[in-house]
Design a protein around this ligand. Structure first.
Ligand SMILES: [Mg+2]
Length: 265
């Protein structure tokens, strides 16, 4: 991970889209600061595509797509993207799985939920679970006292024994049935909606994140940036971001936005 100051001005000038995780990348200790939100808005106003790529639920993503200064949002770790067309006043929704498949998967996730809550003390259902359409989120750090890593591993193991995927964010273990992740849905969105193929994306898209559920993005995007708190998860990452900011969380994101905008002047 190289310091962000080593990001070349030429590469920064070529950036057309900023994809970013939300929790602990744009937000700071659970809140959205004015400076981080302003960074999103400044990027958007400068004509860059701004696309959060998050593990957060569909209910939140409806709000984000509609009200934040963004062009689209990928949610529930790649289960869908939402894009609000402000001219047409229409919310476009694209899901990886059909409604029927999601209902079938929910029944299987319900069994996993029972097993995790029954066998890993100190865990809880994430408080945003009711607004999710495709995944199961187990809280190990948001509204419950932080659990040690060995317990996080036990949660992941329950998902994996049931044949589900599981990814660890900075606050939740998210699990789902289906061969998708943040990266696959981000690629679908870039290609289908914005006409950015993968070869172009590698040079014109920067991704910012902080934790293991961002790893598919760190691995794929040559222009990937970790905010400073990614250090806390570095030992869980085989694929680390190419660059790292000085600032933590939202401050790190604002630092990245400034660099991208400065390069365009
Ligand atoms: Mg995060």
């Amino acid at each position: 991970m190289k310091p962000l100051s080593q990001f070349s001005r030429a590469e920064a000038r070529a950036i057309r889209a900023v994809l970013t995780d939300i929790d602990d990348t744009v937000t700071t200790e659970g809140t959205l600061t004015a400076s981080a939100y302003a960074a999103l808005e400044q990027l958007h106003r400068a004509g860059l595509l701004v696309i959060p790529v998050t593990g957060r639920p569909a209910g939140w993503c409806d709000h984000i797509a509609r009200m934040w200064p963004v062009d689209a949002v990928v949610g529930e770790n790649g289960a869908f993207y939402f894009r609000y067309d402000r001219q047409q006043k229409k919310m476009h929704q694209h899901f990886w799985a059909s409604r029927e498949e999601r209902i079938r998967n929910r029944a299987r996730l319900d069994l996993i939920e029972k097993e995790v809550l029954g066998t890993v003390p100190g865990t809880a259902l994430a408080s945003d679970q009711d607004y999710r359409v495709a995944d199961l989120a187990i809280d190990f750090c948001e509204d419950v006292p932080a659990l040690p890593e060995s317990e996080v591993d036990r949660i992941v193991a329950v998902f994996e024994r049931a044949g589900a995927q599981a990814k660890v964010s900075s606050i939740h273990v998210n699990g789902w049935f289906g061969d998708y992740n943040k990266l696959s849905m981000a690629k679908t969105l870039l290609a289908d909606v914005f006409g950015i193929d993968w070869e172009t994306a590698k040079k014109s898209v920067v991704f910012a994140g902080d934790s293991p559920n961002d790893e598919p993005m760190f691995a794929a995007f040559p222009l990937s940036v970790g905010v400073a708190n990614v250090h806390a998860f570095a030992h869980r990452l085989t694929n680390k971001p190419a660059y790292i900011t000085d600032g933590h969380s939202g401050e790190g994101f604002a630092e990245l936005a400034r660099m991208v905008l400065d390069a365009r002047e």
